[in-house]
Design a protein around this ligand. Structure first.
Ligand SMILES: Nc1nc2c(ncn2[C@@H]2O[C@H](COP(=O)(O)OP(=O)(O)O)[C@@H](O)[C@H]2O)c(=O)[nH]1
Ligand SMILES: [Mg+2]
Ligand SMILES: [Zn+2]
Length: 317
């Protein structure tokens, strides 16, 4: 439908938010005057010059013949962008306009060593708030020493940790308060219970929940990828975005020297190195080596930093 077809009826242009984008189909929710997502429309993009992603603010032109359909005219500037770099080095955008990353872990499947740190770097570089959500607190394994020490680590770094159970209904009010009017994304490995948490917070979301039937023999406890698309759900005044489990997230670091800002305690220690270009690898008077020896930097964090640094150095930049 073009303007020539209806010369007397200029198409209605309305602000909306992208709910999901699957292949060529974009689902949007129009925004009420209070900015809350309301009516759903199926849209296509007039121009493919910008790939729209969940969370994008757009202006749509409603189809006068089919009011439940529309065309995306304009993508508004993004205030934040969660991106990852896949194994082939291709940058993929996961979602836009986030305020808060809810980095979800569980005792089962066991947390991958550096996944939380990767998300924390992404949050730091994109100016997002971040919190760690320990789900499945109803399981006895939630009290295992490795989980407790991981939680201690993040709390000692000043990252808020929320203990929850989607199944037993533990910690949900605290999570709701945290989200408030923010746009929050549930991120983390497949099977930790992101979709279950969403359903517990918002039963009408009816998000698909997987079973932990994947290959667990290697200790990964991988769940099936039941959430296949990044999707946005309005909750109270805010918004939750559920994402498929992202096994690897290599944050998109445009300037390699910025990686260290994602590890504030390492950054701080590095300021005490004698050499400005210290590699923190057997150089004399290295603040980082000293902080590691004194236990001020946790070995797990140092390992995560080194892995990310190496990945960024391997021709990915
Ligand atoms: N015991 C327990 N199981 C849970 C909890 N939350 C989710 N699960 C289970 O964990 C599995 C994966 O959940 P799902 O929400 O699909 O995880 P997602 O891949 O992160 O979205 C399902 O079998 C859920 O029933 C919880 O709080 N406690
Ligand atoms: Mg899911
Ligand atoms: Zn050093």
């Amino acid at each position: 439908m073009t303007e020539q077809d209806h010369p007397n009826a200029p198409p209605e242009v309305v602000p909306a938010v992208v709910v999901s984008h699957l292949r060529s189909e974009v689902e949007v929710a129009t925004l009420s005057t209070r900015g809350e997502p309301s009516e759903r429309l199926r849209c296509f993009q007039r121009s493919r010059s910008i790939e729209v992603v969940t969370g994008d603010r757009v202006l749509i032109e409603r189809d006068p013949e089919h009011p439940e359909r529309g065309v995306i005219n304009e993508v508004q500037p993004r205030r934040s962008l969660l991106q990852r770099r896949n194994r082939s080095g291709v940058v993929q955008t996961i979602c836009a306009n986030l305020d808060l990353l809810l980095i979800t872990i569980a005792p089962d499947p066991q947390p991958h060593a550096d996944l939380v740190d990767r998300y924390l770097v992404a949050a730091e570089l994109d100016d997002l708030k971040a919190a760690v959500v320990l789900n499945k607190c109803d399981l006895a394994a939630a009290g295992a020493p490795d989980i407790l020490s991981l939680i201690d680590l993040y709390e000692s770094l000043g990252i808020p940790v929320f203990r929850c159970s989607a199944v037993a209904g533990i910690g949900l009010d605290a999570l709701r308060d945290l989200i408030g009017e923010r746009t929050a994304a549930l991120v983390g490995q497949s099977g930790v219970g992101k979709s279950s948490l969403l359903n517990a917070l918002l039963p009408e979301a009816a998000a698909e929940v997987g079973t932990l039937t994947g290959n667990r023999s290697r200790g990964h406890g991988r769940g099936r990828h039941t959430t296949s698309t990044v999707r946005l759900y309005p909750i109270a005044g805010g918004v939750i975005i559920d994402s498929p489990g992202i096994r690897e997230l290599t944050p998109e670091v445009t300037d390699r020297s910025r990686l260290i800002t994602g590890f504030p305690e390492i950054d701080l220690a590095a300021r005490r190195c004698r050499f400005r270009n210290c590699r923190h690898d057997r150089e004399p008077d290295c603040g980082v080596s000293e902080a590691l020896a004194a236990g001020h930097i946790d070995g797990r964090r140092w390992r995560s930093y080194r892995i990310l640094e190496a990945e960024l150095g391997q021709g990915r930049r």
